[in-house]
Write a protein that binds this ligand. Structure first.
Ligand SMILES: NC(=O)c1ccc[n+]([C@@H]2O[C@H](COP(=O)([O-])OP(=O)(O)OC[C@H]3O[C@@H](n4cnc5c(N)ncnc54)[C@H](O)[C@@H]3O)[C@@H](O)[C@H]2O)c1
Length: 383
């Protein structure tokens, strides 16, 4: 089949720059399509570091100014892998230049910014997507299929948590390379935008719109030196954030996220309790979906652990990989996301979450932070 080129311009070469590039390199082998991904250009402010990244990962060229990359005629899609404070500016420029945009999460720093981004991509008519990659872990996608089949019955509860422990040290600086997540000017928020954003995206996808929330945040370490200036500055991010809420379907939400849960590195879990069935998933055991089916009567009724590695169409994505029973990893969620994006281009059915989809998560985040400030319940703005 003749293939059309999908020429990527990658902005940022850190954790996500590598995760996405790995996905672009794998997608054609495991999920062949009418598109051939070409790693056209990588952008880094430091030319030497950019060149090292491009050489290692196979980009054809390097830019040191993202504006130049966005303006290049030989780039079809701009991939935004920078800290959150640059998402909007780059996305607006890329949309104006008519580029497809794949933007890291959270979409924006605020709902207001997110609205501008949605308006820009919709006005320009450019395909767009936000990298909420957990949707495409096969066990999570399977949960979505089970929910969509209506097998849970009425849903009563949705609970999720995302726990880490890497910022407990009081002398850890904030800001700059590797530590921008602690600097509110670069991150916009703390664990809410960084971690809870994932939990909220999955929750909305599986359980529908969230209507109202009541949140609480804490900043345990109040001041940290800024890595770039050396100046001790107040810490503006939330170190921990918990909230409860109510979904439009009447179920209750219970969410927790922190970087102060000693011993936990990336413990993302969610559980849904329905009238007929409960589902539980744990990132540390990402291939398993725990299922309790009340309809299974008799002595062996109980929680079962489904190892989502079959190569029948029942287990999403897995038929494209190895043989049944063999696991794939975290990285594959990004490969699946690119595969779905390219398929969306071919079929005209855009893969989600689009910018518009991701705006809903942003609205929940804003409502949670507003509630934490006011101490009151807050309705989630309609998007
Ligand atoms: N989907 C996920 O699971 C996931 C995981 C981690 C991070 N993220 C998101 O990805 C984005 C990047 O996070 P990360 O962990 O890769 O961060 P990182 O610090 O590892 O990388 C950020 C990159 O952006 C570059 N950068 C910063 N300012 C720039 C500029 N003006 N021009 C060009 N490049 C610039 C930095 O040099 C660095 O290469 C964030 O929005 C974050 O929230 C998503």
């Amino acid at each position: 089949m003749p293939q059309k080129e999908f020429r990527v311009g990658m902005i940022g070469y850190g954790f996500m720059g590598r995760a996405h590039t790995n996905a672009y390199k794998q997608v054609g082998q495991f999920f062949p399509s009418g598109y051939k991904v070409v790693l056209k250009a990588a952008c880094a402010r430091d030319a030497a570091k950019g060149k090292a990244f491009a050489d290692q990962w196979g980009y054809e060229s390097v830019e040191t100014d993202w504006r130049k990359l966005v303006g290049r005629a030989d780039i079809d899609a701009v991939d935004i892998c920078t800290p959150n404070n640059l998402h909007k500016e780059i996305a607006l420029a890329a949309a104006a230049a008519g580029k497809m945009i794949l933007c890291e999460k959270p979409l924006a720093m605020t709902t207001a910014e997110g609205r501008e981004m949605v308006a820009a991509v919709e006005k320009a008519g450019v395909p767009n997507m936000v990298w909420y990659n957990y949707r495409r872990i096969p066990a999570v996608t399977l949960a979505k299929r089970i929910v969509d089949e209506g097998r849970l019955g009425k849903v009563f509860h949705y609970r999720a948590k995302f726990l880490q422990d890497w910022t407990i040290k009081a002398d850890l600086p904030q800001g700059g390379q590797g530590l921008w997540r602690l600097d509110v000017a670069a991150a916009g928020s703390g664990v809410s935008g960084d971690l809870l954003a994932h939990c909220i995206d999955t929750a909305i996808w599986l359980n529908g719109r969230m209507e109202t929330v009541c949140g609480m945040t804490e900043t345990f370490v109040k001041e940290r030196p800024h890595q770039l200036t050396g100046k001790v500055e107040p810490v503006g991010i939330d170190d921990a954030c918990t909230f409860m809420g109510r979904f439009a379907n009447g179920s209750l939400a219970n969410f927790e996220s922190t970087r102060y849960a000693r011993g936990h590195k990336a413990l993302y879990t969610f559980e849904i309790n329905g009238e007929n069935m409960s589902l539980f998933w744990d990132l540390h055991d990402l291939h398993r979906l725990q299922v309790f089916d009340y309809k299974e009567e008799g002595k062996t009724r109980g929680w079962k652990s489904v190892h989502v590695t079959d190569n029948s169409p029942d287990h999403p994505y897995m038929a494209k990989w190895w043989v049944p029973g063999l696991a794939i990893g975290y990285d594959a969620s990004f490969t699946h996301q690119v595969a779905d994006f390219l398929q969306g281009l071919e079929t005209g059915q855009p893969a989600g979450p689009t910018f518009r989809d991701a705006l809903e998560t942003q609205a929940v985040l804003d409502a949670v932070l507003d509630s934490a400030k006011s101490g009151k319940w807050v309705n989630v703005a309609k998007t």
